[in-house]
Design a protein around this ligand. Sequence first.
Ligand SMILES: *Cc1c(COP(=O)(O)O)cnc(C)c1O
Length: 429
Amino acid sequence: MNIEKSISLFERAQQSIPGGVNSPVRAFKSVGGTPLFMQRAKGAYLYDADGNAYIDYIASWGPMILGHAYEPVVQAIRGKAMDSTSFGAPTELEIEMAELIISMVPNVDLIRMVSSGTEACMSVIRLARGFTGKNKFIKFEGHYHGHADSFLVKAGSGVATFNIQAVPGVTAGVAGDTLTAPYNDLEAVKKLAAEHKGTIAAIIVEPVAGNMGCILPARGFLEGLRALCDAEGIVFILDEVMTGFRLAPGGAQERLGIRADLVTYGKVIGGGMPVGAFGGRKDIMQQIAPLGNIYQAGTLSGNPIAMIAGYTLLSELKKNPSIYKELEEKTIYLREGLEAGLKAWGQPYVINQLGSMISVHFSNHPVTDFASASSASTEAFKKYFHAMLGQGVYLPPSAFESWFLNNALTKEDLDKTISASAESLKQIP
Ligand SMILES: *Cc1c(COP(=O)(O)O)cnc(C)c1O
């Protein structure tokens, strides 16, 4: 495979951009090699600067759930751009977007738009603190809630990929208000809540973890957190930046039948444009400015181009809920195909999957939390990743990320992926 142009673009990029990338997980730092510079994408395929084609299992980390350059979204953006790209004043489209989300998602009375998942998560923690008058919150090891200071404690995604133990620049004062527990360990959370009784504003959790590979919630875990929050007056926050509009039209709340007080969105919600959102219980959401004094704002929040992209994609998902069934069937087909190859290979592996989220860990024990995800072989993943890439399959460049399927994938694409996987395993000693 010729990647000459990507190599020279990466060299050039490093002269003007730190590490050559605008988000660290793109850098291939943990798997080694040169990140591929993309030129265009259509449906399930990415095309790099050298013209190589790849079957895409990142889907821009989620948003491209119906495939790249999805025609209705592209047309909607084109049409809207002619009416100006930003006003700094309210528009009817923002109401339509809010109404659409509220019609799709349970337990959301009011919703506010922002421009990223990071903003949504940091806003929701401020809101929970302001609402309860308490300072601390509990998050889980290996969970990622964006890069706001208070979340960069035992965080997943790039922080885990690069094995960063403490992020310089996050003060001890801030980090001290972030309590952490292992995912799926309800007893540990109960213990923390007892030790810090009366000081905890919120528990925030990825309902299905996706930033340390894909890890499912243990039976009763989320329900246990919900009950604990009810008993202790703690705000229960589901971070649905990954799972929202991906596991079901109503996200993990719908798919898993769990009720959040507040919920955050990102990724799919913007149809590939920079969009995030947070919403939930009316009595809490009403504390935000201008109704209340908990301040939160954004010059480009509710931007018309971003809104029309998200609105168009979400409308399609609402209109055709069978998309979710198709996506899940494709993912199960892929899982079974990958498993057949892995069994024949004969070494230990774990595949976790729910809906259209899936990941492979090279591990000889179940992967249920950050400790078990971390003890899987990253060396084996590195070899697997490059062997897959060499055969035209683009996986996330880290074992600490979920793969995301998009509905443009055909059976033929999945079959190609399955045989590429069987071939790739031969290159792992
Ligand atoms: C990606 C992600 C975020 C951060 O979203 P950005 O748009 O990258 O700021 C927050 N929470 C979860 C669960 C995520 O996967």
